[in-house]
Design a protein around this ligand. Structure first.
Ligand code: ACO
Ligand code: ZN
Length: 178
């Protein structure tokens, strides 16, 4: 979809549906923009140190999508976890898709797909055996995105989010064997 030009190490300019977006690694300076996108688009907010620790430990797979005005319009972040495999109970390294979001007005242009396409090989380099992610059962758009990329539903679990009140939300656990 669209055209792509390498603009530096781990930086790519993508022309998607007539607009240009740079996909590049997150920096300390761009964390604020990432947090803004997260707070606007997702109910689960994380403290600053959480983003910072992912940036410190897994910078190659922490990517941002930046528009022509240098505004961060999307991000993806991953980390490696040691958890049981999808296929047996052996403890293995998994690449956990911690969070991905694209600002509402920039959606359906292929930005999330591009962020995943570029970040998945990077977290794979960390010697993971599987990819894993959780998504709310009601998040049809994200579910379609993951299915389209080849992710398969592994299980369903109830998850608790604490906000002003507590509510229970079921999540699909998706896996993808590299
Ligand atoms: N409805 C149906 N299908 C969708 C939708 C949707 N709302 N969004 C994406 N898809 C599917 C389509 O097949 C789409 O291809 P198409 O546009 O050619 O039909 C394909 O996924 C690729 O979509 P992208 O354009 O690459 O995705 P986008 O940049 O719009 O971002 C995202 C998708 C990240 C889910 C965005 O809607 C978003 O930020 N939502 C709010 C945050 C969120 O829910 N994040 C995921 C939470 S789970 C987690 O982080 C582990
Ligand atoms: Zn998760």
């Amino acid at each position: 979809m669209g055209t792509e030009k390498e603009t530096g190490s781990n930086s790519y300019e993508n022309n998607i549906k007539g607009s240009s977006y740079i996909i590049k690694e997150c920096t300390l300076e761009s964390l604020e923009g990432v947090i803004e996108v997260n707070e606007k688009e997702l109910p689960e907010d994380y403290p600053y140190f959480f983003y910072k620790s992912i940036l410190d430990n897994f910078p190659e797979s922490f990517l941002t999508a930046v528009n022509n005005d240098n505004k961060i319009v999307g991000y993806v972040m991953w980390r490696v976890e040691r958890i049981p495999s999808m296929n047996n109970l052996k403890i293995i390294n998994k690449g956990h898709l911690v969070s991905i979001a694209v600002l509402n007005e920039y959606r359906r242009k292929g930005i999330a797909s591009k962020l995943l396409e570029k970040s998945m090989p990077k977290i794979l380099e960390k010697k993971i055996n599987e990819y894993v992610l959780e998504v709310r059962v009601s998040n049809y758009g994200a579910i379609d995105l993951y299915k389209g990329l080849g992710y398969k539903i592994d299980s369903i679990k109830k998850k608790y989010y604490r906000s002003f009140y507590i509510f229970i939300q079921a999540c699909l656990v998706f896996g993808y064997c590299s």
